[in-house]
Design a protein around this ligand. Structure first.
Ligand SMILES: Cc1cc2nc3c(=O)[nH]c(=O)nc-3n(C[C@H](O)[C@H](O)[C@H](O)COP(=O)(O)OP(=O)(O)OC[C@H]3O[C@@H](n4cnc5c(N)ncnc54)[C@H](O)[C@@H]3O)c2cc1C
Length: 430
């Protein structure tokens, strides 16, 4: 206890490092404990990092951070078993600085990101897996690695241990996430020469694209496949809500293999070598299922708290911002000399005022809306594909007859269902 720190941060992902940097900058004695061989060694994501929110937290990061390609376009694709159709938004504004987003590899980014906390004065220790919390009079007072000399004490512990936070459960902040509250994603990193990537995706040298692919990519389950272009690799993945994977008995590895073999996808990956494979959970419980975020001597941040916006593919930026806000609350607690839950409740206030909880509140009904309508990603891609094929096929039918045929096909969808889906979607989004 004589070596008591101001703060211990568990986990050197985006949330933990951001919290540690803020704490150390304010002069608090801060240690980050990371179970991996180095920060990022165990981390998985797509992943696209948005520039503006990152710049707000890490001014000038573009000059120093290991980034892959600026993302100049977004493609949304619907897949059926034999067809694909989609929409692309490519902008010259995204193709010149200031960029909107970058593709990023976590192993490199997190390693660099951790140095920003070290520069601010925090100490980052890899290969320290925290197994439990230490308690005194009902308050968290430290952590342990389970080794005889593995106990470390602090006024406040920041739990930034990611999607499956066993420590937040230990702290009584939340129960084990239910299968409907998390998605499981399998992802591969597939190596290809830079020029091949640029040719196949029609990209200017050095620039990148992001593809999100719905329907057949997940066997019609709620989720999506993705392909993001890095410098000399592609990030390729698919995933779905864990509950649906369990119910259908679909294995996410099989889902990824099937996705890679789809006739519209395979040519994009042809000749590539898989250099990395991983599967990872994403907390998707959303606003309605947020856990308790603080208790005496402890706060929970990032994925460990469930701060992911699956609709807009935002996790890392929310994680970083929540880390910063937690740090601010801890800095105020230090000034008050009081780390009780009543004082740390300030963290929740700061979150409520920020885009973290404002955005999660905005999309609070999306998952429930889509999950209750399994036909959305199963039947509608087929319908749209049928309509497109009929429209584009020149078969000698007079155009008026063709139009009637299309209308007849559309009428096969029960009007009530179409209306209910449209109204439900609007309600869930607005
Ligand atoms: C496949 C996939 C694709 C994604 N794509 C995107 C994307 O494109 N854009 C985006 O913004 N977000 C994306 N996300 C979400 C994003 O990765 C997360 O929201 C973000 O990483 C959360 O950061 P974090 O610091 O809270 O947790 P993590 O990044 O998970 O970091 C937790 C850290 O804690 C460490 N740790 C865990 N337990 C312990 C322990 N007991 N002791 C010590 N250390 C421990 C881990 O090793 C890890 O380093 C994606 C996620 C997945 C899985």
């Amino acid at each position: 206890m004589e070596d008591k720190l101001d703060a211990i941060v568990v986990g050197a992902g985006p949330a933990g490092v951001s919290a540690a940097r803020e704490l150390a900058t304010a002069g608090l004695a801060t240690v980050v404990l990371e179970r991996g061989a180095f920060p990022g060694s165990k981390n998985v994501w797509g992943g696209i990092l948005y520039r503006t929110p990152t710049e707000a937290l890490l001014p000038g990061f573009e000059a120093e951070a290991p980034l892959e390609r600026p993302i100049i376009e977004q493609r949304y694709i619907l897949l059926t078993d034999d067809a694909m159709l989609g929409a692309t938004y490519r902008s010259q504004r995204f193709a010149a600085p200031p960029y909107n987003a970058y593709s990023v590899l976590r192993a490199e980014f997190d390693r660099w990101h951790a140095t920003t906390a070290e520069t601010a004065g925090a100490e980052v220790y890899p290969e320290f897996a925290v197994t439990d919390l230490l308690w005194e009079d009902g308050a968290v007072v430290g952590v342990t690695t389970g080794e005889p000399d593995g106990e470390l004490f602090a006024d406040c512990v920041v739990l930034a241990d990611g999607a499956n936070s066993l420590l937040a459960q230990r702290a009584g902040l939340h129960r084990e996430w239910a299968p409907i509250e998390q998605a499981l994603v399998a992802k591969e990193l597939i190596a290809l020469p830079a020029e091949t990537i640029e040719d196949r995706f029609n990209l200017p040298a050095g620039l990148g694209t992001a593809l999100e692919i719905f329907g057949e990519s997940t066997w019609g389950l709620l989720g999506y496949g993705f392909i993001y272009t890095n410098k000399t690799t592609l990030s390729v993945g698919t995933g779905a809500l864990l509950e649906d994977l369990i119910t259908t008995g679909i294995n996410v590895n099989d889902m990824l293999d099937r996705f890679k073999q789809h006739p519209a996808i395979a040519p994009l990956l042809d000749g590539g070598e898989t250099v990395e494979y991983a599967a990872h959970l994403i907390p998707e419980g959303g606003y309605h299922r947020l856990p308790q975020l603080y208790a005496d001597g402890v706060v929970v941040v990032g994925d460990a708290a469930g701060f992911v916006n699956p609709l807009n593919r935002e996790g890392a930026n929310l994680a970083m911002l929540s880390g910063k806000l937690a740090a601010r609350a801890i800095i105020e607690a230090k000034a008050a000399g009081d780390y009780s839950a009543a004082t740390l409740a300030r963290y929740r206030e700061l979150l409520d005022e920020s885009i973290v909880l404002q955005d999660l509140y905005k999309i609070r009904n999306i998952t429930d809306f889509a999950h209750a309508r399994p036909h959305l990603l199963r039947d509608y891609p087929e319908l749209v594909s049928d309509l497109a094929r009929d429209y584009l096929t020149v078969d000698g039918l007079p155009k008026a007859e063709k139009q009637q045929k299309l209308v007849r096909r559309l009428r096969q969808v029960p009007k009530r269902r179409l209306l209910a889906d449209a109204v439900g979607a609007l309600r869930a989004m607005i």
